[in-house]
Design a protein around this ligand. Structure first.
Ligand SMILES: [Zn+2]
Ligand SMILES: [Zn+2]
Length: 368
């Protein structure tokens, strides 16, 4: 394998990322090298480009990916050359208080940091890799606990989505909110995560899945994901939801935007005693106002879902199985198959709220 490979590098916040020739690091003890075959364009990538998240630069972007193990370092036991794997940007340490308490998604020592150096260089200078991975690249070197084996029958593109967007969305439904058969669900914000919530809610047997977005253009995607209703967001949203839920409001609302206004809309869309699950990551200065009386008398629950409240080592193989058996359908999520050089255009599309997931495919025929 050659010492050089292509990766998508961001020089500074606000800059346009471009493909550069990187020099690969050695594979150390406990590490593996993965040839990336598919990588999804996630909203966190865009947040690093537009400066909402401030990692260190220059930075190899990308973290939602799947590929094939091509080299293993000394003492590696979790993976072997030839394994098909999903990359995990937040591998749990298994020794901190949260891990031992059964909440590995809250691991206090995991490598889920925005950026770190792992020996990748560009023109002999070290560059950082996003979320410990830098997966918009032909290869990634990562610790062995950052790879999760999946069946070789699972397509790389779908496998990639499992590692971030689908785990987040499906985990919010299954682990955080624990949606039950026959319940009604509202989903606000239909990007890759929101559409995963729709698909998982439907798979969980929700009777009504009301998908909400500011863009009418999301209607087709919402229906393909399994939504029973589609509503364009407006000031009259809670009234719209009530008319579709016997006047009560929904049992569950999932907020997949990360804004105070949509968290309030999700709150108002649920029934008395309903559950509001915040999946979107918002900003520190966007305050959610709820009255003390409303909090008491509505008897609602408001909670967040971090990384799907999931243990990825257990949940990703389960999701892979659900995809392979047809219980969970994700094909509608992939709206564009692109090259590394086309990722900046995919960011533009995402900023405009268009499409679902764009997926970079590497080393395989680009499908139309
Ligand atoms: Zn992501
Ligand atoms: Zn831990």
């Amino acid at each position: 394998m050659t010492a050089y490979y292509n990766g998508l590098v961001l020089q500074s916040a606000g800059a346009r990322p471009s493909v550069a020739e990187l020099r690969r690091p050695e594979v150390g003890p406990g590490q593996v090298r993965v040839a990336v075959r598919a990588a999804g364009v996630c909203h966190s990538d865009l947040s690093m480009v537009n400066g909402t998240i401030r990692p260190s630069y220059p930075l190899v972007l990308g973290h939602e990916a799947a590929g094939e193990v091509v080299e293993v370092g000394a003492n590696v036991t979790r993976a072997a050359v030839g394994d098909r794997v999903v990359l995990n940007w937040q591998p749990a340490c298994r020794t901190c208080w949260f891990c031992e308490n059964g909440e590995p998604w809250l691991c206090s020592t995991s490598s889920g940091v925005a950026s770190l150096e792992n020996g990748v260089t560009l023109d002999d200078e070290p560059v950082h890799v996003a979320l410990g991975l830098g997966a918009f690249a032909e290869q990634v070197v990562a610790p062995e606990n950052a790879v999760i084996k999946v069946p070789s029958a699972l397509e790389f593109e779908v496998a990639a989505l499992l590692s971030c967007g689908v785990l987040t969305g499906a985990g919010a439904v299954r682990n955080t909110a624990r949606v039950r058969s026959g319940e009604s669900v509202v989903v606000i914000g239909l990007g890759g995560v929101g559409l995963s919530v729709v698909a998982a809610a439907r798979a969980a047997g929700a009777s009504d899945v009301i998908a909400v977005d500011v863009s009418e253009a999301k209607k087709g995607l919402a229906e393909a994901a399994g939504a029973t209703d589609f509503v364009v967001s407006s000031d009259a949203l809670s009234k719209e939801i009530r008319t579709r839920t016997s006047g009560r409001g929904a049992d569950h609302a999932f907020e997949c935007v990360g804004r105070a206004a949509t968290i309030r809309a999700a709150w108002r869309a649920t029934r008395r005693g309903g559950q509001v699950t915040v999946v979107g990551m918002g900003s520190n200065d966007d305050l959610v106002q709820l009255s003390a009386l409303d909090i008491f008398s509505s008897a609602r629950t408001l909670r967040s879902s971090v990384y799907g409240s999931a243990d990825p080592d257990l949940e990703i193989p389960r999701l892979a199985e659900d995809v392979l058996t047809g219980r969970l359908s994700l094909n509608h999520l992939i709206t564009n198959r692109i090259t590394l050089a086309e990722v900046p255009d995919a960011f533009d599309q995402m900023s405009r709220g268009e499409g679902a997931r764009s997926v970079v495919t590497i080393g395989q025929a680009l499908l139309p």
